[in-house]
Design a protein around this ligand. Sequence first.
Ligand SMILES: Cc1cc2nc3c(=O)[nH]c(=O)nc-3n(C[C@H](O)[C@H](O)[C@H](O)COP(=O)(O)OP(=O)(O)OC[C@H]3O[C@@H](n4cnc5c(N)ncnc54)[C@H](O)[C@@H]3O)c2cc1C
Length: 568
Amino acid sequence: MTDVEHMKWWGWGVEGVGFHHEDKPAFAPFVLQAVGLDLATAQKAEQPDFDALTLAASAARPAFVAALAGIVGEDHVATDPLERVVHSYGKSLRDLVRIRSNAIARAVDVVVYPADEAEVQKVVDAAVAEDAVIIPFGGGSNIAGSLEPRADETRTVLSLDLGRLDEVLSIDAESGLARIQAGALGPHLEAQLNAQGWTIGHFPDSFTHSTIGGWAATRSSGMQSDKYGDIAQIVRGLRVVRPSRDGADGVLVIPAIPSASTGPSVRDMIVGSEGRLGVITEVTAQVHRVAEERTIQAYFFPNWSAGLAAMQAISESDATPIITRVSDARETGFSLATSKQRHGFDAFLAEKALPGIMRSKGWNLDDICLSFIGFEGGAAHVKRQKKLVGAIVKQHGGMGVGTGPGVLYDQKKFDTPYLRDFLLDRGAAGDVSETAAPWSKLAQVYDATIAAANGAYAELGIKGWIMCHLSHSYHSGACLYFTFAFVFGDEPLREYDLVKSAIQQAFVDNGATISHHHGVGVEHSPWLEQDISREGVAVLRGLFASADPGENFNPGKILPGVEVRVEG
Ligand SMILES: Cc1cc2nc3c(=O)[nH]c(=O)nc-3n(C[C@H](O)[C@H](O)[C@H](O)COP(=O)(O)OP(=O)(O)OC[C@H]3O[C@@H](n4cnc5c(N)ncnc54)[C@H](O)[C@@H]3O)c2cc1C
């Protein structure tokens, strides 16, 4: 069998790794207060039993499977239940709830692992000749429902896993451009770049289990985007396999030019296309020399509006941090509650000295907001940046607390996703919705979104939680990232839909986008028209219809029309 590894079928990450709270004494009281879940008595669900899943037989014709095996080799074609299930979903809360409750509407029929672009071309051509559906698969980490086949799909559905295309092919050191195969997972490609002194500078929270092809296909953004850019800026060149035509291969090539005036950008059409325009096999990415120094400083602000104003002032200043992030008071409370037990002087500082200083400044400790600002570069550059930012923080009433919390943030940044499985195991939802808006609208978007979520909780008659941070700053605005949680009642997905829909609607009603970096898939498509206008959707519809007249490439994604929400 192929040696491409995947996340566990029922949750995030790898088997045997999970979130634990026993060493975090403030966590259980926090959860009790936030959503009314008592971790001391909550029953932990058993790990779901794969054999109990009901899965329709693969609809792939044996002759088609044999033809695919003829292209990629028998070891690299799979129709077994585990492979089919793993490739049929991403990791949205809806995906995890359904898979844990044996609600698989339509699984893919066959999974194929080509070794190189030539094999991808042959698989695509064979699939189009079969009138099959092709769904490219990267790491399977998306949370927008971008991978699942349409429930009513009658054609054979093929998942094209890019996992064997995982090499950094070459680096143009003069230009800082690296040719990277689309299926390379974050850690693997970063290790290959680091070995030659380079970094991609793109670190989404899902970094460990997502691929560069998936990042490009979903218009991803990483936590260091303030300096290195979103994936849309990082992707310079592309190779995309489409069906062969007129006896020639169907490879769409976008050369890695820094900027070009060649009509509407085809590169930008591919970036964010979620598999609808073809299979990305290679990305030429802008890469950077690994910085001499890296530091993440922590600051506190007396309240959210001071934190927001400071982030805006930093974005307008000469400072060029890699990360600007500030949590609202609730998320600050959450971060403090997930800190490990402190001892000795450390405990004195965190629990007595620091709160004492804040009180002496007249701060209300329930309002304080934690901020992380990161710097990279040569020593003199980092020193100057810290000074510039330090002055802005001070002007906005904030205070620096050194690098200690920043070091912890850096260490645990990829662990947070495991918390969602921990909550699901105990009958509770934990999920996210993120958006972006101009600076002038951010406070309004924030207030309206919190009110919308609380309104949904009131309608459900439950105690729910919502918290937020600002991250990914731009000249004209920033991203707001909301995390919400509540204990499920009798109808988990209906309850989830009510809360999630209220949040998404608040975004568009207040001049914000339906997604800054999670893509559209089927989860966000109901709001696309309200976001990019009816004519914007018409242009997209025309693009997909002409580029893929047979609807072979991941049909149903991005455009409104495929309803996944449970009407309640
Ligand atoms: C806990 C958690 C945290 C997350 N944090 C972030 C974050 O910080 N930033 C962020 O941007 N996203 C984040 N995400 C979302 C997700 O990781 C991204 O959408 C990611 O870019 C998906 O990459 P992937 O390789 O897993 O793609 P997949 O999930 O496998 O696929 C996503 C979509 O892209 C298409 N696709 C994949 N590869 C290709 C290809 N080679 N050619 C054409 N189409 C392709 C698929 O068909 C599908 O439509 C998070 C998700 C989770 C669950």
